[in-house]
Design a binder for this molecule. Structure first.
Ligand SMILES: Nc1nc2c([nH]c(=O)n2[C@@H]2O[C@H](COP(=O)(O)OP(=O)(O)OP(=O)(O)O)[C@@H](O)[C@H]2O)c(=O)[nH]1
Ligand SMILES: [Mg+2]
Length: 142
């Protein structure tokens, strides 16, 4: 049992044609500032996770995505001090526009060899391992 509030957040592993992953740095003033995360955000009342992600990617990165291009990939279920995070992570390799840090956040396109240089929120550590495995399995199949 837990009395922590469950917070639903949708996030995306946006992967370009060179197999680089887009990471966004959490801005100063927000929780976990300075850490590198999957773009996304909280699902609002009355929204489903995919619609929330389409909205967040427009607001945060200025790109247009189609829900049908979201592939369910992995998820985080992580106890933070004040809340419990439930975060589905989708894979997306198709979008319109060039991602920009519309909220002043820094962005980085990161190859799998460089991932370790980008510290992530605690909930993301296992997700990055999932990502490494996915990229690894894809490379073998090429
Ligand atoms: N977007 C995103 N949030 C994550 C990740 N990992 C992780 O622990 N979180 C947590 O999930 C929550 C999502 O918050 P957020 O700040 O992105 O939400 P938001 O975009 O709706 O912003 P807002 O609440 O300031 O409007 C935060 O507590 C954040 O620390 C991640 O990889 N991506
Ligand atoms: Mg966000």
């Amino acid at each position: 049992m837990t009395d922590k509030k469950l917070v639903l957040v949708s996030a995306v592993a946006l992967v370009d044609q060179e197999d680089r992953l887009l990471l966004a740095q959490r801005p100063e003033g927000k929780s976990l500032a300075g850490l590198w995360e999957f773009p996304g955000g909280k699902v609002e009342e009355g929204e489903n996770p995919e619609a929330a992600l389409v909205r967040e990617l427009k607001e945060e990165l200025g790109i247009k995505v189609d829900e049908r291009d979201f592939l369910p990939f992995t998820f985080a279920s992580h106890a933070y001090k004040d809340f419990h995070l439930l975060m589905p992570v989708y894979l997306c390799q198709t979008w319109e526009g060039e991602p920009e840090g519309c909220e002043g956040q820094d962005l980085a396109w990161v190859s799998v060899d460089e991932l370790a240089k980008y510290p992530t929120p605690p909930a993301d550590v296992r997700l990055m391992d999932d990502y490494r495995r996915w990229i690894g399995s894809r490379k073998c199949g090429e």
